[in-house]
Design a protein around this ligand. Structure first.
Ligand code: KPL
Length: 294
């Protein structure tokens, strides 16, 4: 399969590197990373070590069978515009936050699949990505239900040795992931702690409250997500990723824009009842972002 991975950051580089063992892959990202990959290949180190030689460039190609989008949520609209000029059979979003698939589908003329990914990755230096933990990719129709396109994409990922499940309940899974990110990301970024710092008495924490509010908003949208399940998912991820810095903590540490609008901000924007914890977290992170800008 001819696959373009748009967003050659940590996750995009790892997924692109894994896919390149079996498929023709083009990584689209920023310099100096893509230049180094184009010249010397991509080194994957850590959990598995190998080197692959995907195409690597700063612009999207004119066509591909599949586009895998791994950019930050705030770049989705720009990527959708870029991909509109690329002839595609399918597109898969592997991004944090809600609303990415809808933005891509509004612009692209191909089926857009939703996905979640729990593989761990860290871009070490240009041309080198650390594979920090084997996880799973779950993908499927963004509105739920069976999808032949999702089956084909799932088969292509599995052929590359990627642990992949094709699911028929992606809307529920996206809300579950949103509850986890709403609970962990802003709290760890503001407190500047690793995920594991939230593990003690989790049920009484701001993280749990943010996840419960997210579950309540999900239920209003017709998604069966109980408060208990939302909190237990946060607890599980906090334990499994105890040593990790959340993506929002990494953004804040690097002085970069965060995905707050697509995570806690999305909960606030979708809620029809008060969601004070998500609102406070959103306002605090936006305050930090404004300060950073200026
Ligand atoms: O997805 C994540 C993120 O950091 O964005 C979690 C699951 C919280 C792991 O760090």
């Amino acid at each position: 399969m001819d696959i373009v991975v748009v967003g050659a950051g940590s996750l995009g580089s790892l997924v692109g590197g894994l896919l390149a063992r079996e498929h023709d892959v083009t990584l689209v990202g920023r310099e100096p990373h893509v230049g180094t990959v184009a010249e010397s290949g991509l080194s994957v180190v850590g959990t598995e070590q190998f080197r692959v030689h995907p195409n690597a460039q700063t612009t999207v190609p004119v066509s591909a069978d599949l586009a895998v989008v791994t950019v930050k949520a705030y770049d989705t609209a720009a990527v959708a515009t870029d991909l509109a000029d690329c002839t595609l059979d399918a597109c898969l979003s592997l991004q944090n936050g809600m609303g990415n698939e809808a933005q891509l589908a509004a612009t692209l003329d191909c089926p857009v699949l939703a996905g979640t990914c729990s593989y761990g990755a860290n871009l070490r230096e240009p041309g080198t990505v650390a594979f920090t933990g084997r996880g799973e990719i779950v993908l499927g129709d963004r509105n739920g239900g069976r999808s032949a396109v999702a089956d084909d994409v799932g088969a292509a990922f599995r052929a590359a040795g990627i642990e992949t499940t094709v699911a028929t309940d992606m809307p529920t899974r996206l809300w579950e992931k949103l509850a986890v990110n709403a609970g962990i990301n802003a709290v760890t970024a503001l407190a500047r702690v690793e995920n594991g710092a939230l593990v003690d008495s989790l049920a009484d924490t701001i993280a749990a409250d943010a996840a419960r509010e997210t579950a309540a908003v999900a239920r209003k949208q017709g998604i069966a997500l109980s408060d208990e399940r939302a909190v237990s998912l946060v607890e599980r991820v906090v334990r499994e990723t105890a040593a990790n810095h959340s993506s929002m903590l990494q953004d804040v540490s690097a002085g970069q824009q965060t995905e707050i609008d697509a995570i806690n901000g999305y909960v606030v924007g979708t809620a029809t009842e008060p969601v004070p914890v998500n609102e406070t977290l959103t306002r605090l992170v936006r305050t930090w972002e404004r300060h950073r800008e200026g």
